[in-house]
Design a protein around this ligand. Sequence first.
Ligand SMILES: Cc1ncc(COP(=O)(O)O)c(C=O)c1O
Length: 434
Amino acid sequence: MSDTLTLDCQHVWHPFTQAQTAPEPIPVKSAKGIRLYTEDGREFLDMISSWWVNIHGHAHPTIAAAIAHQAQTLEQVIFAGFTHQPAAQLAHELVQRLPTGLTRVFFSDNGSTAVEVALKMAVQYWSNQGDTQRTRFLAFEGGYHGDTVGAMSAGKGSGFFDTYGSMLFEVGLLPFPATWDGDSDVAAKEQAALARLDEYLADHGDTIAALIMEPLVQGSAGMRMCRPEFLQALAAKLRSAGILLIFDEVMTGFGRTGALFASLKAQVTPDIICLSKGLTAGFLPMSVTVATEAVYSAFLGETFDRSLVHGHSFTANPLGCAAALASLQVFADEQTLQKLPQIEAWHCQGLAQLAGYPQAQHFRVMGSIAAFDVVAEDAGYTSAVGAQLKAFFHERGLLLRPLGNVLYLLPPYCVTEAELAHAYQVIGEALQAI
Ligand SMILES: Cc1ncc(COP(=O)(O)O)c(C=O)c1O
């Protein structure tokens, strides 16, 4: 056993892992582009951007250099009562790129805290205006928003958090109209979801602060995709009921769906948006919650209790801001958004090759995300086929991590046609083997 593994096994507690039955973690020594290099001399192609964060690939020199430079200038400073150039500049750059109207950037540390901030903003937006009844939330079945208490409540439809049920607050759940290539029922599913919303509005409309959702793609639920038309119809209903719309773009942000943000692709502007993961291109933990001027204005007043009582030690950490600015620079330098239709086309070719396998169904692609379901009697996150497939891919040097019986690819945008074709070939072999 390597030193790393010995020490890890003695002292480390890993996330989302049953340590008693899981295989030993693989010590990674370094990474570059789409490749991970392990301590024992193996190579892995990172086809999931290391939990969906490394959008430009690992160790991008522009971003590494920006962090190194920033570290020698200002590594950290309290963000209450002080500010700094990287944070102000990043806020400006984000507002230029987000849907028009999202103008106020609140910094925090990760996707879950970005969601916590959004939920608190929504409740206080109403209470600051004297409406203390609007405290409930709506969310979607399957939706996942992170692992802190508010985020777990909003994501209780993911099914991950039943153990913590006693800690969670009440959230109304709508069915998510997931669709795929050749799905003929999508209109009926959308109508059913909108009808459920109408029922909620009729019964509880006056008490709902906001609806939170992952726009266009539910990530952890198994890369479940919906149509822009559905989001547009949903947003119109919420707007006429005066309910805030929160888009959790922690996964879909920064190009994943083919546009810089899913909200731009769907042509729907939320009142509040949550961003993380791709924000720093996977280099440093940081997130933002961006609100409209109308939401921000509701927090202004003469007294402290009207302000947003939220903050973290590392709020707007300058290194994170420098990484995020450099990532936006890479988008411009490498014309990254123009590469995304190509990746989408390669996914379509790869999935077409798998179409003959009877165990593969519900093919779906959006931007750099491709997914399909493997037919399984125990379909769901704990499906046995997921662990089987993961082990098969690891043996062949592919980092793919099925979500139960859902197999998905979400590579960094530097992936080449040959690398993706190789991944699809190995997936074909896996389907043959299981
Ligand atoms: C849509 C969505 N929201 C929130 C989160 C939580 O982000 P974090 O893991 O950075 O707390 C995730 C993480 O996967 C996510 O996919």
